[in-house]
Design a protein around this ligand. Structure first.
Ligand code: HEM
Ligand SMILES: N[C@@H](CC(=O)c1ccccc1NC=O)C(=O)O
Length: 288
């Protein structure tokens, strides 16, 4: 206490034990490979537009969070495959927080005015978020499979390989339904052996299964919780899509997208997609 600077100096002493020499030991920057991360921002506008840095960092941070989200979803799927519902729920809880962060982050980009964006948009060429392989990977594992999307990634073998793998593997929901079948719930065989490369479509036969789970929340708490987590994940995903749509609308209005789509109208149609339709349908059936 006594040999510390007085409060009036308003500066904290560096304690004696604090390490300062990193010539031969691991440091913060070397562990995180910050040299590479922080030298990966390359504005393409000429002369360089001040706001392009915001645009780049918004996308790069989104891609980092998408990377973690996929990592957690793959693990949640593995754990469900091993009937470890409790640990899978832990992963899904993290996924939900990542989604919230991704959605809140739109407010930073919303500070970009239409004119600022128009001043460097031309330099982006035909690049577009539509080409984000990690976003597509997350959509695939959540069940929105689309073989045609692979074509976009033909020039990037690693991305193509990842997406092809996820396309052919069962999604999170497929694996969850198989876990329910192992616990004795009546999941029709056609559903369990479906062609997983196709997008999930509404299956009426699952509604009574979920009704049973929702009506036995006292004894089937973890299954009930898993269902509710999936509903949260879908809700959060839609919230991200909606914020994207609104930010796009306020920055480019109804211009066509750099990726070649109609723009806002194309994005609007994604709001009609659903990952877990039976979990929403069951709500119509629930009484007291
Ligand atoms: C001013 C900012 C942005 C504008 C004007 C914009 C615009 C668009 C447009 C018009 C599309 C449709 C495809 C096309 O024709 O290009 C699109 C798709 C997409 N964008 Fe953005 N975007 C913006 C920011 C972002 C950010 C920050 C991300 C985060 C990663 C992102 C991710 C995506 C994704 C994943 C798609 C594909 C969506 C789907 O398949 O439904 N965008 N964007
Ligand atoms: N599609 C956007 C361009 C765009 O937003 C973008 C361009 C390059 C890299 C990522 C992008 N983000 C999302 O689509 C546009 O039409 O303005």
């Amino acid at each position: 206490m006594s040999n510390q600077k007085p409060q009036s100096e308003n500066q904290r002493d560096i304690e004696e034990g604090v390490r300062t020499d990193f010539r031969n030991t691991m440091s913060y920057g070397s562990y995180l490979d910050l040299d590479r991360v922080l030298s990966a921002q390359h504005p393409v506008s000429v002369p360089e537009h001040h706001d392009e840095m915001l645009f780049i960092i918004q996308h790069q941070t989104s891609e980092l969070w998408l990377k973690l989200m996929l990592h957690e979803l793959v693990e949640a799927r593995r754990l469900l495959g091993e009937d470890d519902i409790g640990k899978a729920l832990k992963c899904l809880a993290r996924v939900k927080h990542i989604q919230k962060t991704l959605t809140e982050q739109w407010s930073v980009l919303a500070t970009l005015t239409p004119r600022e964006y128009a001043q460097f948009r031309g330099f982006l060429g035909s690049s577009s978020g539509f080409q984000s392989f990690q976003y597509r990977a997350v959509e695939f594992i959540l069940g929105n499979k689309h073989e045609g999307m692979l074509k976009v990634h033909e020039a990037d073998p690693k991305a193509h390989e990842l997406l092809a793998k996820l396309l052919h593997e069962p999604g999170l929901y497929d694996v969850f339904l198989a876990a329910l079948a192992r616990r004795g719930y009546e999941i029709p065989e056609e559903i369990l052996s479906r062609d997983v490369t196709k997008p999930w479509t509404f299956q009426e036969a699952l509604v009574p299964v979920f009704k049973e789970i929702y009506e036995s929340e006292d004894t089937q708490w973890s299954l009930y919780q898993a269902c509710e987590d999936l509903v949260d994940v879908e809700d959060n995903f839609q919230a991200w899509r909606y914020r994207h749509l609104r930010v796009v609308q306020r920055t480019i209005g109804f211009k066509r997208g750099t990726g070649g789509s109609s723009g806002v109208d194309f994005l609007k149609r994604a709001l009609d997609l659903t990952f877990f339709p039976e979990l929403f349908a069951v709500r119509t059936e629930i009484g007291n």
